[in-house]
Design a protein around this ligand. Structure first.
Ligand code: PEP
Ligand code: MN
Length: 263
């Protein structure tokens, strides 16, 4: 169902703040995790002011260590709802299990499936039935064919609103956190009509490298970005090193606008 042979024109997803696919670029931005009302509202206000189209923020966090910050859960979803009421930005937030889908779908405009759950087939089927667009991250060790098969789990349940996100894969290189597979963009776009986004934050692992990776993704033809930014990144409870300061996010948006206009 994802194939261009089935649908020979790009899928365009429309939100009140913008469109993605078919030449339209959107930017989702916000903190890695929802940590407090103040932190999230601050981030929501400035990402909106700098031109973002969607607010990201994890309420349920899939942490590598069970002892690390796991997110605020339902309280986090309520904070995101308040940020949406104030800014009008649609919300993208992660769902970790099939049991959580109904709850998260009450608050989220887009359901995020994380890299670590990219082959959780029960979860993929559950979001396929939730009636909300899905932002599907590529697993860190998935081939592009496997990635599209994960998308098929969602599409085959009747949900055609899927965004594919390249967020870096495991290679032998240790300088970056993951290796952004920029080739995923042209390859996926030659196979599928679905929008393809880049997450430059998780492969970079370090804020200095986020802007160049984001621009590389867009130059390669990506239909959107999902980027982490935090009002006080040094104090972040997760992914502190890679979240952009507000001024860096502003610089990113300025460069994104100029690049998109030139493409
Ligand atoms: C995230 O977006 O905060 C996240 C956990 O990303 P990923 O699933 O790509 O690691
Ligand atoms: Mn993160």
């Amino acid at each position: 169902l994802a194939s261009l042979e089935v649908q020979p024109f790009p899928t365009v997803l429309e939100f009140p703040t913008g469109k993605t696919g078919g030449g339209h670029v959107m930017v989702a931005a916000g903190p890695c995790g929802v940590e407090s009302r103040e932190q999230t509202l601050k981030a929501a206000r400035y990402v909106k002011a700098h031109g973002a189209h969607m607010l990201r923020g994890g309420a349920f966090k899939p942490r590598t260590s069970p002892y690390a910050f796991q997110g605020l859960g339902l309280e986090g979803l309520k904070i995101l709802a308040e940020a949406k009421r104030e800014t009008g930005l649609p919300i993208v937030t992660e769902v970790l299990s099939p049991e959580q889908v109904e709850l998260v779908a009450e608050y989220a405009d887009v359901l995020q499936i994380g890299a670590r759950n990219a082959q959780n087939f029960a979860l993929l089927q559950a979001v396929g039935e939730a009636g909300k667009p899905v932002l599907l991250k590529r697993g860190m060790s998935m081939t592009l064919e496997e990635f599209l098969m994960s998308a098929e789990y969602i599409l085959s349940r009747g949900n055609m609103r899927v965004i594919l996100v390249e967020r870096g894969i495991r290679t032998f290189e240790k300088a970056t956190r993951f290796t952004l597979d920029v080739s995923a963009v042209p390859v996926l776009k030659s196979w599928t009509h679905l929008p393809v986004w880049i997450d430059p934050s998780h492969p970079a692992g370090k804020r200095d490298w986020v802007i160049p990776l984001a621009l590389a993704g867009l130059a390669a033809g990506a239909d959107g970005l999902i980027v982490e930014t935090h009002p006080e990144p040094e104090k972040a409870l997760s992914d502190a090193a890679q979240q952009l300061h507000e001024h860096e996010f502003a610089e990113l948006m300025d460069k994104v606008r100029r690049l998109v206009a030139a493409l």
